[in-house]
Design a protein around this ligand. Structure first.
Ligand code: ADP
Length: 458
């Protein structure tokens, strides 16, 4: 073996020799600084392979050496048997239960588990040449002087008889058993820990369920509260609006300029408040599942001209053009016209609010999904940055912007649109970029199906 420094060679010509090889393996590994467990590992691996050399081939040699492999020094144990004196007959009836090949296989498997490496060289057929290696512990290096000392110590360590080796093996077995018991105890405590964790997870799960139930109840209460208070608010608000209108129409006599200004404020505030109350009431109604659907065929051209009429008062900025595009072959859609109009109205009024110049275009497009139609409202306005695209669909979600402070709004329009679209079996979506305009889309099934309450999600 090139680069190897020999420590010891032991012949294996009898059963006691196998015992001796085992003892020497233990002594050498102890002198090389291996811990007790590793000494037992080396001794067991070496004696298992040595037993094959004797049992199968009636003799061989065990060769112990040190070798430098890269930066580390390793103990190399080679067991060779040339097979010249191979046994003609089994040892005795009932003794050789394993075939020789199986015996060698098992020995090599054991050695692989106990050493850092074990290879069978195939240059020795029908004999055997097995090389096992194990790294010297602690990265230490044994030089020539150290090797001489080791040789002297080995010479001074007598090989004991079979009986004392058996005692030694018994002690090793006892300590292996103790180690096993310790591991078993560790495993037991780990199992207990896992069981505790499991119980904890189950308890947490129950807590989450309870919290979810509480949240559901709170949500229900919120809807009920909103709907009750909205009803309570609507009546006085209508009275305020009607009375303000009476005063502004001079039904109750002339107003001074200041009085007209003040009553104008009252009318505008009451109008804003009733918009908020209406949105809240609509949301509460949807959440309570109390929305009624009126499904009928809808002509897109009719829907668009109604929207045009409704939104004309909002399109007062001469810098912004409001364009409706209806394709010639626009299909009839079976849906709830009022709710579709409500969604598009909200999209368009937002587009007009957040566009200072350019155009707001309302159109019907071919949907990318068969059985669906898409309405799109695009503008050339302030746009929305990607991190705000989720926020705008949350209740009261509004984006900070100089223009935002100048326009009116509740932050409830888009969440309402999303809920209404889901009710219609469709979905709303937005594509936008800050400063580059936005496109809000409403995708709807061409024919509304009552059971399809999950909606189409893109
Ligand atoms: P509101 O318009 O009443 O504030 P919405 O829920 O309809 O409430 O809209 C929420 C927010 O989304 C708006 O306040 C605005 O910040 C942003 N937004 C909606 N539409 C547009 C748009 N077309 N361009 C830019 N921002 C928009």
């Amino acid at each position: 073996m090139s680069g190897a420094t020999r420590i010891l060679q032991v012949g294996i010509d009898s059963d006691p020799d196998v015992v001796m090889v085992r003892q020497r393996a233990r002594q050498i590994s102890a002198l090389l600084g291996f811990g007790v467990q590793d000494q037992v590992r080396v001794a067991t691996a070496v004696s298992e392979v040595a037993r094959c050399a004797y049992g199968r081939l009636s003799g061989g040699r065990a060769h112990f050496a040190l070798e430098l492999q890269g930066a580390m020094q390793v103990l190399v144990v080679t067991i060779r048997a040339d097979g010249a004196a191979a046994r003609a007959t089994p040892l005795a009836a009932g003794v050789e239960v394993e075939t020789p090949a199986a015996q060698l296989n098992n020995a090599v498997l054991t050695a692989r588990r106990l050493m850092d490496g074990c290879s069978v060289q195939d240059d020795a057929t029908p004999g055997l040449n097995v090389v096992m290696i194990k790294e010297i512990p602690g990265g230490q290096r044994i030089d020539g002087a150290g090797l001489n000392r080791l040789g002297a110590q080995l010479a001074a360590s007598p090989v004991q008889n079979t009986y004392s080796e058996m005692q030694q093996q018994n002690r090793e077995l006892a300590s292996a058993l103790a180690e096993l018991r310790e591991r078993q105890d560790d495993l037991l405590s780990l199992t207990r820990e896992l069981e505790d964790t499991n119980r904890g997870v189950v308890a947490l799960y129950a807590e989450i369920e309870e919290k979810a139930e509480r949240l559901r109840k709170a949500d229900e209460m919120k809807s009920r509260f909103l709907s009750n208070t909205s009803h309570e608010l609507r009546t006085p608000l209508s009275s305020i609006r009607a009375l303000a209108k009476l005063l502004l129409d001079r039904m109750d006599g002339e107003l001074s300029v200041e009085q007209e200004r003040q009553v104008g404020f009252i009318a505008a505030a009451a109008a804003d408040l009733s918009e908020l109350v209406n949105d809240l009431l609509d949301l509460a109604k949807i959440e309570a599942g109390k929305v009624e659907m009126t499904i009928a065929p809808v002509e897109v051209a009719t829907l668009f001209s109604a929207l045009k009429g409704m939104l004309r008062p909002l399109a007062i900025n001469p810098e912004v053009e409001l364009v409706f595009k209806v394709p010639d072959d626009a299909p009839t859609v079976l849906t709830d016209e009022g709710k579709v109009a409500q969604i598009l109205r909200n999209f368009i009024s937002n587009a007009l609010k957040f566009t200072e110049s350019g155009a707001v275009t309302v159109e019907m497009r071919d949907a990318d999904h068969p059985g669906y139609v898409t309405f799109a409202v695009s503008d050339t306005g302030i746009g929305i940055s990607p991190d705000n695209l989720q926020l705008i669909f949350e209740e009261f979600g509004q984006v900070e912007h100089a223009l935002q402070r100048r326009v009116k709004g509740t932050g409830l329009g888009l969440p309402l649109c999303r809920k209404l679209a889901t009710l219609l079996g469709g979905a709303v979506d937005v594509q936008s970029e800050a400063g580059a305009g936005s496109t809000f889309t409403l995708r709807l099934p061409r024919e509304f199906q009552q059971s399809d309450d999950e909606g189409y999600s893109s």
